[in-house]
Design a binder for this molecule. Structure first.
Ligand SMILES: Nc1ncnc2c1ncn2[C@@H]1O[C@H](COP(=O)(O)OP(=O)(O)OP(=O)(O)O)[C@@H](O)[C@H]1O
Length: 279
């Protein structure tokens, strides 16, 4: 197995609860996402939230994205911040509560402004990122080339396929500079060729040495597990109201992370059966 260490906390959810009136939906949700250091590479994590229908995945997704205020608990992020020192600018780590806008949310129906071309939408996103000032066009060209959408930059969203729209949405969030990407059902409705392209893209993003964290909610357990390094299973504990994380599976320890050839691997197949058994 590849040598690695899990280092600093990038995101921490502590004791999250969510009630609607007196109905408990989420209870005591705790999890931590760290940066991972491997030989020659520092990267964020790819974690998946899996659970049966109605268990609360969307609600947890909404809480993480800042769309829904939790009834209790905290979510903190750690980020690298440049500060001026006597010898110029250095980077320090800073921990703070999550803010609206920290998370780049990529919804299932990849909503784009219909009256803007892809290029115009991407330019708007790039202009929100101070790190790209003056280099917006270069960054768009680079991402478009890397993710195979150069041909559609002058098109309008209605003229794109589902897979192209999805890649545009992901690039939009990357251009904005989001370090945390929350993806809701990123694999649904894609044919097998596009599905491969999208999983490859997400793998590339996670391995990009920019500490991007991906949090994926999906019903497609096999594809999600294929690109994740950690699975959190949301479920109910007997006699208790509300859903919580009933199981965390470390796919790195099982030798299942950062690989392309998993489908036939017995450990992968057994892990899928284990996850299904928990639902
Ligand atoms: N506004 C609301 N008021 C009260 N209960 C709600 C509200 N929104 C969702 N719920 C309840 O919260 C629970 C979790 O719903 P959620 O949509 O998060 O499930 P899910 O795991 O995403 O399901 P699916 O996989 O089917 O999309 C459900 O029991 C649902 O009925």
């Amino acid at each position: 197995m590849t040598a690695y260490t899990k280092n600093d906390v990038l995101l921490q959810a502590k004791d999250i609860s969510l009630y609607y009136d007196d109905k408990c939906i989420l209870r005591n949700i705790d999890f931590t996402v760290r940066d991972i250091v491997r030989p020659g590479l520092q990267q964020g994590q790819v974690v998946s939230l899996i659970g049966r229908s109605g268990i609360g995945k969307t609600q947890l997704f909404r809480v993480l994205s800042g769309l829904q205020k939790p009834s209790g608990g905290t979510i903190t992020v750690r980020e690298r911040k440049p500060v001026e020192s006597g010898n110029g600018s250095i980077e320090v780590w800073r921990e703070r509560p999550v803010r609206a806008g920290d998370m780049g949310v990529i919804f299932q129906n990849y909503y784009q402004f219909g009256w803007r071309t892809v290029r115009q939408s991407l330019l708007l996103a790039a202009r929100k990122n101070p790190a790209l000032a003056g280099k917006e066009e270069d960054a768009i060209r680079e991402y478009a080339g890397r993710f195979d959408i150069t041909d559609v930059l002058q098109r309008y969203p209605a003229q794109l396929s589902g897979g192209q729209q999805q890649r545009v949405s992901i690039i939009q969030q990357l251009l904005k500079g989001s370090n945390f990407l929350l993806l809701d059902e990123p694999f649904s409705g894609l044919d097998i060729c596009v599905l491969d392209k999208v999983t490859e893209l997400l793998l590339q993003v996670s391995l990009s040495d920019e500490l991007k964290t991906l949090i994926i909610v999906s019903h497609d357990i096999a594809t999600t597990v294929e690109i994740s390094d950690t699975v959190f299973i949301l479920g109910k504990e007997s006699g208790k109201e509300g859903s919580t994380i009933i199981r965390e599976i470390d796919l790195i320890e099982r030798g299942l992370a950062w690989r392309h050839d998993l489908r036939q691997d017995k450990v992968f197949v057994d892990t899928l059966a284990e996850i299904k058994g928990c639902l």
